[in-house]
Design a protein around this ligand. Sequence first.
Ligand SMILES: Nc1ncnc2c1ncn2[C@@H]1O[C@H](COP(=O)(O)OP(=O)(O)OP(=O)(O)O)[C@@H](O)[C@H]1O
Length: 342
Amino acid sequence: MDNKEIILDVQNLNTTFTSDRKQIRIVKNVSFQLKRGTSLAVVGESGCGKSVTMNSIMRFLGHNATVKADKIQYNALRDGKVTEYHLESIKKPHCPEMRALRGPEMSMVFQDPMSSLNPVYRVGDQVAEGLLQHNKGMTKKQAREKVLEMFRKLGIPDPEERINCYPHQFSGGMKQRVVIAIAMICNPELIICDEPTTALDVTIQAQIMELLKEMQVKDGKSIILITHNMGLVAEMADEVCVMYMGRVVEFGSLEDVFDRTSHPYTQALLRSVPVLGLADGQKLETIPGATPNPADLKGGCEFADRCSFCTDACRAKDIPMFEVSPGHRVRCLKYQDYPEVQ
Ligand SMILES: Nc1ncnc2c1ncn2[C@@H]1O[C@H](COP(=O)(O)OP(=O)(O)OP(=O)(O)O)[C@@H](O)[C@H]1O
């Protein structure tokens, strides 16, 4: 696949945090590709490193984080021509190159709308800010028109009036629409959504997800969706990346991961959610044990202690990725008959 088809190519991403002089590796050799115009769901239990992975790509991490990767390549497509950005070589999160990309090319929608919005600024001004920053010749009046257009597109009622309101005058669902408007106003191609609907009630969740799906399908956006909700994954995702303790343990198309599940952790994860394929009388299961403390890991498969298929070989050394079928990869020795891949 060439750079026109791949919008984001991440190879061997590692993120380490330093606290109390100790270093803890949270993201470990994460590799994946996002196909242009498709959506990728990133799933896994709380604390497995989903957000840190995405924040490492966007360079939204604090000073105690060290991000290293063989490749974090963003391929911008403008007028049929691809421009490659090698984000792995970026040293400072706030450098001009990164600032130029965030907004017009890639943007992020966070879980809690209140922490993304400034309570003392009118919502219209907050949405217009990115536009004015990235389009030097644009007047405030032109920016206002663009914001109104975006509010209409996102189904915010009475946009002329609401544009002058403060965040506290909006409901949770409307606030999240404003956050999406901020992310979308510069028309980025890649949108990373970090549990964008967790703080919202179920009906509003569905509306917001429908909106994101529409953007992906109609406007050809590429979406990464971090979520715990397997129902959303089934509705939204073209491909699924399963993470456990900072590693990708399974990656493939939605059908590969859901119907031809190959990692015991993915199997356990799918059996522990209420929405998928439970036959009558079948009980919902919990994943035995708890996620280990990242500081206590000794090498070998991180899932070994919780896995009923575990053998001594699983604990002996780090487990490579195996290719189950083209595009479907799994990090499990149960699949050692398959060819080893990166
Ligand atoms: N700034 C930081 N310094 C030290 N450790 C951190 C920092 N940020 C995150 N971590 C640790 O990194 C690990 C992964 O966190 P992350 O937020 O990526 O998990 P997650 O999979 O997104 O979880 P959730 O689904 O709950 O959001 C956690 O153990 C967390 O405590």
